[in-house]
Design a protein around this ligand. Structure first.
Ligand code: GLU
Length: 385
């Protein structure tokens, strides 16, 4: 009854754990959820007010599929000045981030084309490649490389069928931030092998210890082969608003716009107005949130170091640690053991690809108090083994 292209795809491992956390909370159980990557902060008030004002001003009608001209202009301006991406408003399409990834792959991948992607990587990349009937070619992320793809690990997986390379720095689920050298080397490979790059930069502002984010599309010869995906969810604590964007060269833009016209039409009009205010308004809230995430990262990192049999590279960005454990059980069983012993929920690493097996993803986008309690719970559950 159900189409093969859907049967091939697993339920989202991140959403599944989020649903379990919600169910346990509804049942009145006290659980600490390190599952979904969602900032615990509220959306800054000036952004909320902008959406209310836009609704009251009647911004409730259709607009053109690529988005509100004012928002496309603000995104282009931000991308030129902060990310050095050569673009203008005509390259910007406003859409929820997850849909941007889906549309980018749907527009570029033919059945059987190979799509290189980091392993582990966010669950949705595998699903979107499969929806487009491409073949996912995982590039293993090694702990010794602090969970980053390198030009060498990418080069090993390139074949004549390679069409698209997916990038994600800062990384979900690893918390790694790629170096300039990695990104330049990977860009050279993309040019040499005529690859399209789809880069998810949704965590770009959440970097620690003075690390710098580099957009691959800013490098010479890359803007014409790169689709840059970004969004408001993580940076501005706007997860429920479903607002993001992509930047693409004309041929990609035109193809993707067809998908947008025939699927969601456009992102909600009044929400796009709030997006303008988010991008052009004060950054005080944003700076506060990143500082908080860095403090929580320190707590998580310290606990992992003190936990027998556990290890993880120190997260450099995003709000995830991918913790390896040394025990004779699957990551699903380990997640259940920690839940039963300490009422802490994590996401089993195998949801993010084969290389995630034997790991748990810890999302530390929750309050400092919960991070402390939850990490103590993980430590004591591992000590009991
Ligand atoms: N990207 C977030 C996560 O990995 C949100 C959940 C999702 O959409 O997968 O937890």
């Amino acid at each position: 009854m159900i189409a093969d292209r859907i049967n091939r795809v697993q339920e989202s491992g991140t959403m599944k754990m989020k649903e379990l956390a919600s169910k346990l909370k509804e049942e009145g159980k006290k659980v600490i959820s390190f599952t979904v990557g969602e900032p615990d902060f509220g959306t800054p008030k000036h952004i909320v007010d902008a959406a209310i004002d836009a609704l009251n001003a009647g911004m409730t009608k259709y607009i053109n599929a690529p988005g509100l001209p004012e928002l496309r202009e603000a995104i282009a301006e931000k991308s030129r000045t902060e990310n050095n991406i050569p673009c203008d408003k005509s390259n910007v399409l406003v859409t929820p981030t997850k849909h941007a990834i889906f549309q980018s792959l749907f527009a570029t991948v033919n059945p059987g084309d190979e799509v290189l992607l980091p392993d582990p990587s966010w669950v949705t990349y595998f699903a979107c490649i499969s929806f487009a009937e491409g073949k996912a070619v995982p590039v293993p992320l090694l702990e010794e490389n602090e969970f980053r793809m390198t030009p060498e690990t990418v080069a090993e997986k390139i074949t004549p069928k390679s069409k698209v390379l997916m990038m994600n720095s800062p990384s979900n689920p690893c918390g790694s931030v790629y170096t300039e050298e990695d990104i330049k080397g990977i860009a050279d490979l993309a040019i040499d092998h005529d690859l399209i790059v789809v880069t998810d930069e949704v965590y770009e502002r959440i970097v620690f210890d003075g690390a710098k984010h580099l957009s691959i599309a800013s490098l010479p010869g890359m803007a014409e082969r790169t689709i840059t995906v970004n969004g408001f969810s993580k940076t501005y604590a706007m997860t429920g608003w479903r607002l993001g964007w992509l930047i693409a060269d004309k041929p990609f833009f035109k193809a993707i716009n067809k998908i947008q016209q025939h699927t969601i039409t456009h992102a909600p009009t009044f929400i796009q107005k709030a997006g303008v205010v988010a991008l052009t308004g004060p950054t005080t809230d944003l700076d506060m949130m990143v500082n908080e995430f860095q403090k929580r990262r320190d707590i998580v990192d310290q606990f992992i170091k003190e936990t027998p049999g556990a290890s993880a590279p120190r997260p450099r960005g995003a709000f995830y640690a991918l913790m390896k454990f040394d025990a004779d059980m699957s990551d699903q069983d380990m997640a259940m053991h920690i839940l039963n012993e300490s009422s802490v929920l994590t996401t089993p690493g195998s949801a993010f690809g084969d290389m995630g097996k034997g790991h748990l993803r810890i999302s530390f986008a929750t309050s400092t108090e919960e991070v402390k309690k939850g990490m103590a719970g993980i430590k004591s559950a591992l000590e009991k083994l």
